[in-house]
Design a protein. Structure first.
Length: 200
């Protein structure tokens, strides 16, 4: 499987030079205890975020990664995109576009929100907290502690990425990209992972 990660050119160089990717750890207990001064986890939880192709829906992973990087990672040097090769035989994916997954996660959030509500004021103030998307908290808890999901090492869902950095706000609620969060970076084939784009 191939997945595309858009970022700053110096980050591309560092990732490929070291064959490593640093993932921030998020601490949450089985009882929903959350230590203070953490950043809110990303929407799909902690991991390496990629965009993947979906021919049926017309999603192009490389284009999505470029658009994302132009909005959120661009600097005076432009952007770069790495194509990661992933061992798909060992993937166990939670697909958040499936009706059963959507139903379960919505019920889980409704049931458990009261258990994290008091922790929310103790998170670091950043862009993620301003967006106030709490899905990452619940996904982290489910993927660590729920017996049905503990073995899963990736999360995927359809999202919307603005095609223009001039107006990064969503222009639509209809998805145009497929986001893939790889939790187990041991599944990366570094020998075939490479930079596939550098520019503006």
């Amino acid at each position: 499987m191939e997945g595309y990660h858009g970022t700053k050119p110096d980050s591309v160089d560092s990732i490929l030079a070291t064959n490593s990717f640093t993932i921030s750890q998020f601490v949450i207990g089985g009882d929903f205890t959350i230590p203070s001064n953490q950043s809110l986890p990303n929407d799909l939880g902690q991991g390496l975020y990629l965009f993947v192709d979906d021919d049926i829906k017309g999603y192009n992973g490389l284009d999505s990664a470029k658009n994302y990087a132009r909005i959120y990672r661009s600097n005076s040097q432009g952007i770069g995109v790495i194509c990661f090769k992933i061992d798909c035989e060992k993937l166990k994916v939670l697909d958040l576009s499936e009706p059963d997954s959507i139903r379960f996660l919505n019920m889980y959030k409704e049931k458990c929100y009261v258990r994290i509500e008091s922790s929310l004021k103790r998170f670091k103030s950043n862009r993620a907290l301003k967006r106030f998307n709490l899905d990452g908290i619940f996904l982290e808890h489910i993927l660590r502690y729920h017996p049905t999901f503990k073995s899963m090492n990736a999360v995927v869902y359809d999202s919307y990425i603005s095609p223009t950095s001039e107006n990064p706000r969503p222009l639509s609620f209809i998805p145009n990209a497929r986001e893939f969060c790889l939790r187990d970076t041991n599944l990366i084939d570094w020998m075939t992972t490479k930079e596939v784009y550098r520019g503006i």
